[in-house]
Write a protein that binds this ligand. Structure first.
Ligand code: SF4
Length: 440
């Protein structure tokens, strides 16, 4: 059996769950088919079925269903027995104190709207010999999620409820493993920029803005200029790591809580965007690229809040709140260039501050060395052990003082940033081309 899944909306954040579910129940990897990444060609070819005019991320879903139906499904050859486009009413959320973890209603309703669009005059699914399944599923309630998966797919896949439940558990484990892997990569980016006094760019957006057809390649442009890109999902959620930045925040004593900053946080993706802003506001090496789609009613209430958080912290931010189907190449280039200039200035400030910190620490070491040497000269009756310890401390300080070289930080490399892991002494051990970023 082959199953087609549109590469859209919150499937960007939940796909590992569904892929693992199908694989656990025996589908071959190559028989789980995602639609292509959004492109202008795909949009023009498959955009004539919609009957509503909301934001581009939901409008473009019709082009993805069309892509599955007409490019990946061949009624006479390699068939897609099913196009599976679940209505996700609630999605996983790492923010701990949300009022609810709902999806945007447009995200939740799009699969059903598309069923109507592709069947209203001609039933394209029947005509091309495939089935369209759009069960309502909620990640907020794992038992209901498992029940919904079994009801939608159990008979079709010829599995028992126990087998389906087992596949759901494997799916949730795969989702957690995927998150952990992304966070390890995010940690590597953050460690590298911290150790080298550089800037990483956090893209504040919804998961599906990772689609290059939706973000118009803007994050890649900054990456090519030497600013590594972080997604909200890739920020480490390890509390010990986060407490370094959130420890003096009465409004967020739990670093993953948000209600002290935004009490009406019932939408999972919106809450994550605002949380991402609170992290960027506290991290000196993180700047923000805030992306929103034109006509996004769910982002609108967060604009003021995110703006206030980032402005108060003076975190460099570029906000593009009107991205749509058209790629205004010229205007994007101007905005990228303008923001890149601000980022360069910010980077200089970060380097200057690091140089000042180093100089201060050097002066303290010089003074300490002077005092210890004076103490040794003036103290006659030290035990052999104490004298040896004092000698060691003096030698360590001498080496530290001798190794100090006043500088403004390393020359910034251009192009892609080579990641690494920060050693205990603050230097960075580079990952080789084939290194796996393993769990610590
Ligand atoms: S959250 Fe915004 S961009 Fe996403 S589907 Fe809803 S309205 Fe569209």
């Amino acid at each position: 059996m082959r199953v087609g899944i549109p590469r859209v909306l919150n499937l960007y954040s939940t796909a590992p769950f569904f892929r693992t579910y199908f694989e656990t129940l025996g589908l071959q990897k190559q028989n789980i088919v995602f639609s292509d990444v959004t492109s202008e060609g795909m949009w023009q070819e498959g955009a004539k079925y919609g009957s509503v005019d909301p934001c581009f991320p939901s409008k473009v879903a019709q082009a993805h269903v069309h892509n599955l139906l007409f490019s990946h499904h061949d009624p006479a050859g390699k068939r897609l027995e099913v196009i599976f486009f679940p209505s996700l009413t609630h999605v996983p959320n790492f923010v701990t104190d949300t009022v609810d973890d709902a999806s945007c209603p447009i995200v939740a309703g799009t699969p059903n709207v598309l069923k109507a669009a592709f069947t209203k005059e001609v039933d394209f699914f029947a005509q091309r010999g495939t089935r369209y399944l759009d069960p309502a599923l909620s990640f907020a309630e794992p038992l209901l999620l498992a029940r919904g998966m079994f009801e939608a797919l159990g008979a079709l896949l010829e599995v028992t409820e126990d087998e389906s439940d087992h596949a759901c558990r494997q799916g949730l484990l795969a989702l957690a493993a995927f998150d952990a892997d992304l966070q390890r990569r995010g940690r590597a980016v953050l460690d590298t920029v911290e150790a080298e006094n550089r800037i990483a760019l956090l893209v504040l957006s919804r998961p599906y803005h990772g689609d290059p057809g939706l973000n118009h390649g803007i994050p890649e442009e900054f990456q090519a200029l030497g600013y590594p890109i972080l997604s909200i999902r890739s920020i480490p959620k390890d509390r010990t790591y986060l407490e370094r930045y959130f420890q003096q925040s009465p409004a967020q004593s739990d670093p993953l809580a948000l209600s002290g900053v935004w009490p009406e946080n019932y939408s999972a993706n919106s809450a994550q965007k605002v949380w991402g802003a609170t992290f960027a506001a506290r991290h000196p090496n993180v700047a923000v690229l805030d992306l929103s789609s034109f006509k996004c009613g769910h982002d609108a209430p967060t604009y003021g809040l995110i703006d206030t958080i980032l402005q108060t912290a003076r975190t460099p931010t570029a906000a593009l709140h009107d991205i749509d189907a058209n790629k205004p190449g010229g205007s994007i280039k101007i905005r990228v260039k303008t923001y890149a200039h601000s980022l360069r200035l910010h980077q200089e400030r970060v380097e200057d501050e690091a140089a000042r910190r180093q100089e201060l620490s050097h002066r303290v070491a010089v003074k300490e060395l002077e005092l210890l040497e004076r103490a040794r000269a003036n103290t006659k009756d030290l035990s052999e052990l104490d004298a040896a310890r004092l000698g060691e401390s003096i030698e360590a300080l001498r080496q530290r003082v001798a190794s100090y070289h006043p500088r403004r930080g390393p020359e910034q490399e251009t192009g892609l940033v080579r990641l690494g892991r920060r050693r205990a002494d603050g230097t960075v051990e580079r990952f080789g081309a084939n290194t796996t970023i393993a769990a610590e």
